[in-house]
Design a protein around this ligand. Structure first.
Ligand SMILES: Cc1ncc(COP(=O)(O)O)c(C=O)c1O
Length: 381
């Protein structure tokens, strides 16, 4: 089936590996995984994912509602700050409501208790792993979660569970295990009085080579020691390597470096490339460092800068050396774009929004959603 570019292709056959690893961890360790919707909310894949995951976790009312309506299972509701008007719906949709601060806990706990929902509090573990300042949740002055020394004595009379989120793309099991040691030490008076504990997301445990059995043992130890239901909140780890962004080359320009202009944009459709400054994987192309470009061009290699078609000067996916020459009209495929792309896409410059296509586990592909001028118009009004 020929689809017109640009489009995201969510491929369940490519998602299966991560799903199976998630299910394996849950079977072996008892730790349940809930999908972090902030990373991936494309619900066309939820019927497939819910066979492997226990439910969803959210960062807002809308995500909580989507999780409740489209994924079912457990629905965890967290927000950096809930507002008064959101609480009636939040307690309707969520079986666990996790507050970010003692103020919010105090303000809304009665509404959660009235509905017989479980109350959680986000804690700041003061240890964590992130290569990026922007996603360092335990940085100085962090507003995310409550530090141990600020917790009132009888906090576990009010809360049933707690949530930590302190990792970003952490593929080092030893570092996670050491964080858990530190948490056990710091929160020693709290943990035995909780019934559940979420360790958040940011752990790359579905990647090839991650020591899954060691992870399972460590999670089991934590759960057994304090009689806890442990949760993980994988976002990126759930959908890694599952989704492509397919674009077409509209033009080639030359300013000492051949530059391809494609029918999509970085800021609009792959925003994290700009935010976190990484090179997205591109099929048939490899990274080339700035220093090696001139020599590669002299040697006649197929070096191209791949750029978006917004007017932002820095709308650049990256510079690559290709295994072939690229012509106007060719299609290019970014191969690992599920996480944080579709949830962040926007209509900057009014450029065409990529369609969302879905390949199910049986290999059947469908265009799920196309976007047109009316979507652009009505998004703004
Ligand atoms: C509370 C919480 N849980 C889970 C996640 C998912 O993280 P990741 O996509 O890195 O697994 C995030 C990401 O910001 C988060 O803030």
């Amino acid at each position: 089936m020929k689809m017109s570019t640009p489009y995201y292709l969510i491929d369940e056959t490519r998602m299966l590996k991560a799903m199976e690893r998630i299910a394996y961890v849950s079977e072996r360790s008892g730790a349940k995984s809930v999908l972090a919707l902030k990373c991936f909310s494309s619900w066309c894949a939820f019927d497939f994912m819910k066979d492997y995951m226990a439910g969803t976790t959210s960062s807002s009312l809308y995500e909580a509602r989507l999780g409740h309506e489209k994924f079912a299972g457990e629905t965890h509701g967290y927000s950096v700050a809930f507002s008064d008007d959101e609480m009636p719906e939040i307690v309707e949709y969520c079986d666990k409501v996790i507050f970010n601060s003692l103020n919010q806990l105090e303000q809304y706990k009665a509404q959660v208790q009235e509905k017989d929902r479980s109350i959680g509090l986000r804690l700041n573990p003061e240890v964590g792993h992130s290569e990026y300042g922007l996603s360092n949740t335990v940085a100085k002055y962090s507003r995310l979660g409550v530090r141990y020394d600020l917790l009132p004595d009888k906090i576990t009379d009010v809360i049933d569970g707690a949530m930590f989120h302190m990792n970003c793309e952490n593929d080092d099991f030893i570092s996670l295990s050491q964080q858990l040691d530190a948490i056990e030490h710091r929160f020693a008076t709290i943990l035995p009085n909780l019934s559940w504990l979420s360790l958040g997301g940011g752990v790359a445990f579905t990647s090839d080579g991650y020591p899954l059995d060691a992870l399972c043992e460590r999670l089991k130890l934590l759960a057994n020691r304090y009689d806890l239901q442990v949760y993980l909140e994988p976002g990126e780890a759930s959908v890694t390597q599952s989704t492509s962004l397919v674009v077409k080359v509209l033009d080639k320009v030359e300013n000492k470096l051949p530059t391809l202009i494609v029918d999509a944009g970085v800021e609009t459709h792959l925003l994290d490339v700009l935010v976190y400054q990484f090179l997205p994987d591109l099929e048939g192309a490899e990274e080339i460092s700035e220093d090696d470009i001139d020599e590669a061009l002299r040697e006649g290699k197929s070096v191209y800068r791949v750029s978006g078609r917004t007017c932002l000067a820095g709308d650049v996916f990256g510079t690559y050396v290709f295994d072939r020459n690229i012509e106007i009209g060719d299609e290019l495929k970014f191969t690992d774009v599920a996480g944080y792309s579709m949830v962040k896409k926007n209509f900057f410059n009014g450029i065409k929004m990529p369609a969302i296509c879905h390949k199910n586990i049986d290999g059947e592909t469908r265009v799920i959603r196309e976007f047109d001028y009316e979507d652009f118009r009505d998004f703004l009004s």
